[in-house]
Design a protein around this ligand. Structure first.
Ligand SMILES: O=C(O)CCC(=O)C(=O)O
Ligand SMILES: [Fe+2]
Length: 784
């Protein structure tokens, strides 16, 4: 039935349906309105198409306002029927689960029909026998015929059973292969293990018939609370697909992420209570393994199980049949996750030691050198971390990955205007963004913003497997030197799902990774405590080359993290994320990920980026332009290789936390912003000045030297950029800025005079502002 798009009335036959197509777009062709509603609309709001396109239109006298709605309604009706059929099929498929099971079920029904037929024949014969005065003799042929039919039925039943067993076995094998998890041991040891239990387990009774053998003795264990199995020959099951749950293999392996997703989607769309109940029954026949102790189903960050059940219950509350199944499901799942259960598979191997925030902080500093991975899993403090140091993906060399990033990655330094700060800001490190879902094509294909580069695909897959999340995008960051940073922020964006898992791989120099617990991760500007939970100590870890840090559970809803300024060389970070594709409305931009693209790539310069005129750099470019500054920061010595936990968590000077500027996804206003106001270019050297041709150099262990040439003298005085060449050895006889020199004046003089300069670390330390505002590139050596 078509609806009036304005009043939503379906009674169009009575109220004179019309069409209206001022926008002339195909999408609005079948919109139908009541004549009256449309009349009112045109009178009052005629400047926009009232259809979903909402395009501005101009109604003139010649605009044909009302059209005959008959054809549009016919098309709508046909579309609706088609959608209903598709939905019914989908529901049937969901209940059936797997095509092969469906086949088996249909065979079974056919078989039962035959049994019914032969029973009817026998009945008819006996009826004739008892009611006829002279009952016809049951001849030997009749008996032979009956026997033959019975035999046929028996054989058919035998074949059916064999097919069912084969189908179940195949299904189980394929599922357990895909999951890469073998079945859990019996319910006394409910944790899934990777070792086969064949030798120790006795075959579990089959659900379909107590006499039939279990299709797969090691995989098909009877779950604790199994729906009662029907006796196949008693009364034939109703001819709907729900009964397949009772003949389905009585398996107890893990759900696949896609299955969970389809269950969740299936149940939250308009599903009937009966179908919902039977889908829930699926939960009974399988072990629900999740990465979250709190019964959350995490794969792909779909939803938590409690939330999901609550949603479904709300929808079908009152339906007795549904509620019965519901209660059993809840009970069963709680059984799966009860206290004596061990950790689920993605979080733990038996040798893993898991800390709470307090037990971790109580360790002595030396004991904090953790097992690999270090796991902090603290429900009370809403923190779930796994830290692999290093992470060693099989057959992938992280140093090759790092080299590929250096060779091929394009880096952006994003500039954007901050409404909150009412001025220009710049991301505090170099960035780029890959994957995501920029568009969903007509055939449902998800098109990324930028294709994930081939050299990062295998790594993305390994890390996805490790996390149980199919990452479909990542942010890359280059912290060129210790000045680059990222301020405290949360990655808890809605378009990453309810419970985002964030995996963060560090390459290159060691950086400090800080975490602080928040009372409010999105605090309003000016809140006195800035949203910080003062009662929970902050944490701080070293992320060395190869460290993989995984943040899971509801961490993003309660913690901020940051990489502060400190003394360090260049470092890359790959931040893997799963972006929920909103294929249904093809409107992913409004879901927020566009912000990633904006704040990682073009900022307020989309046009330049689209016309390929936006400034970007290769790692090589940056080395040539900025190499000499790699070590200029000497604020603090890096932490020793172990981990450190800080009681206090000071903000790095000059950085702002997200709460001040929540627009970019976790970006801060950099110190460059301040410099900007002083008229000093935030990153002098970026604006395309000519570069000196490179001489032979390598990146690692090179010594950089500024060599001011006459060209440098022509630059404005406040542009302190000077060009960099690299030398194999430092020149010893060079003017030096010692601690006692007044850097600002001295440096300027030296640069103006065309001297190569060398700046002592101490000078930078003692006069950081002067040095930084006067020169951007210089040699920093120790004073000895
Ligand atoms: O560089 C890092 O380790 C952290 C990066 C980060 O937090 C982010 O990209 O959101
Ligand atoms: Fe982050």
């Amino acid at each position: 039935m078509s609806k009036c798009l304005i009043c939503l009335s379906e009674d169009l036959e009575i109220i004179d349906p019309v069409t209206f197509l001022p926008c002339l777009s195909a999408g609005c062709r079948d919109n139908v309105y009541c004549r009256d509603c449309l009349h009112q609309y045109v009178k009052n709001y005629a400047s926009k198409c009232p259809g979903s396109c909402n395009r501005p239109v101009r109604i003139t006298r010649s605009t044909i306002v009302y059209g005959d709605a008959t054809e549009a309604m016919e098309r709508n009706e046909a579309g609706r029927k088609e959608a209903m059929e598709a939905k019914a099929l989908e529901e049937a498929n969901m209940v059936m689960g797997v095509g092969e099971l469906r086949k088996a079920y249909e065979q079974k029904i056919a078989q039962e029909d035959k049994v019914q037929e032969s029973l009817a024949l026998v009945e008819e014969l006996s009826r004739q026998n008892s009611h006829t005065a002279n009952p016809p003799e049951v001849t030997n042929e009749d008996l032979e015929e009956l026997k033959r039919m019975q035999k046929e039925v028996d054989e058919e039943e035998e074949r059916r059973r064999a097919a069912e067993i084969e189908a179940s076995e195949k299904l189980i094998q394929s599922l357990s292969q895909e999951e890469n998890v073998t079945a859990p041991s019996p319910s006394s040891d409910p944790v899934p293990t990777t070792s086969a239990t064949a030798s120790t387990t006795t075959p579990a009774p089959s659900t379909s018939s107590s006499s039939s053998p279990s299709p797969h003795p090691t995989l098909l264990q009877t779950p604790k609370l199994q729906p009662p199995a029907p006796t196949p020959t008693a009364s034939p099951p109703p001819r709907n697909f729900n009964s397949i749950n009772q003949t389905a293999p009585n398996s107890s392996f893990c759900f696949k992420a896609s299955e969970i997703q389809s269950i969740v989607e299936g149940l939250t769309s308009e599903t009937s209570a009966q179908v919902a109940a039977s889908i829930l029954q699926k939960l009974l026949s399988k072990r629900v393994v999740s990465a979250d102790k709190k019964l959350a189903i995490l794969p792909n960050g779909v939803t938590t199980l409690p939330k999901f059940l609550k949603k479904v219950k709300k929808k079908f509350d009152g339906d007795e049949n549904f509620l019965r199944v519901y209660d059993r499901v809840v009970e069963k799942i709680q059984g799966d996750f009860n206290e004596e259960n061990k950790q689920p598979k993605t979080m733990s191997k038996s040798q893993d030691k898991t800390y709470t925030v307090d037990s971790y902080l109580a360790l002595s500093r030396s004991d904090r050198l953790p097992p690999n991975p270090l796991i902090i899993d603290d429900d009370a403090k809403n923190l779930r971390l796994r830290i692999y140091r290093p992470y060693e993906p099989p057959s992938i060399s992280l140093s090759e990955i790092e080299q590929s990033i250096k060779d091929h990655m394009t880096w952006y330094r994003v500039k954007y205007e901050s409404k909150r700060h009412k001025n220009d800001c710049e991301t505090p490190c170099y960035t780029n963004y890959f994957g995501g879902v920029a568009k969903v094509s007509n055939n449902g294909e998800q098109l990324p913003y930028q294709e994930i580069p081939d050299y990062l695909k295998p790594l993305t897959q390994y890390i996805s497997d490790l996390c149980g999340v199919q990452f479909n995008s990542f942010l890359v960051r280059l912290y060129f030197n210790g000045k680059d940073n990222i301020a405290h922020h949360t990655d808890g964006r809605r378009f990453l799902g309810d419970i985002p898992t964030i995996a963060s791989l560090s390459l290159g120099a060691t950086a400090t990774f800080k975490l602080k617990r928040m009372n409010d991760v999105w605090p309003k500007a000016g809140t006195p405590d800035g949203g910080v939970d003062k009662n929970t100590p902050g944490l701080s870890f070293n992320c060395e080359n190869g460290t993989l840090l995984i943040m899971e559970g509801d961490t993003q809803d309660h913690w901020h993290h940051a990489v502060p300024q400190e003394s360090r060389d260049y470092r890359f970070n790959i931040n893997f994320r799963y972006i929920v594709p909103t294929a249904a409305d093809n409107n992913v931009d409004t879901e927020g990920q566009k912000t990633y693209y904006k704040y990682m790539v073009y900022g307020d310069h989309r046009k330049e980026w689209e016309s390929k005129t936006l400034e970007s750099w290769s790692f090589d470019d940056l080395m040539k332009l900025k190499g000499g500054m790699r070590n200029f920061m000497t604020k603090k010595d890096p932490e020793p290789a172990g981990l450190s936990a800080t009681q206090k968590d000071p903000e790095p000077a000059g950085l702002s936390a997200t709460q001040k500027d929540p627009e970019p996804a976790g970006l801060s206003v950099s110190t460059a912003d301040k410099e900007n106001k002083k008229g000093v270019p935030p990153e002098a050297g970026h604006s395309g000045q000519s570069m000196q041709p490179e001489s032979q150099y390598t990146y690692q262990n090179s010594i950089f030297k500024s060599s001011a040439r006459p060209a440098a003298l022509k630059r404005p005085n406040n542009s302190a950029s000077i060009e960099i060449t690299m030398m194999k050895k430092p020149k010893l006889l060079q003017p030096k800025l010692s601690t006692s020199s007044k850097p600002s004046a001295a440096v300027k003089l030296l640069v103006d005079m065309g001297f190569p300069i060398e700046v002592c670390e101490k000078a930078v330390e003692n006069h950081p502002d002067d040095v930084q505002s006067q020169i951007n590139e210089c040699v920093v050596n120790s004073c000895e």
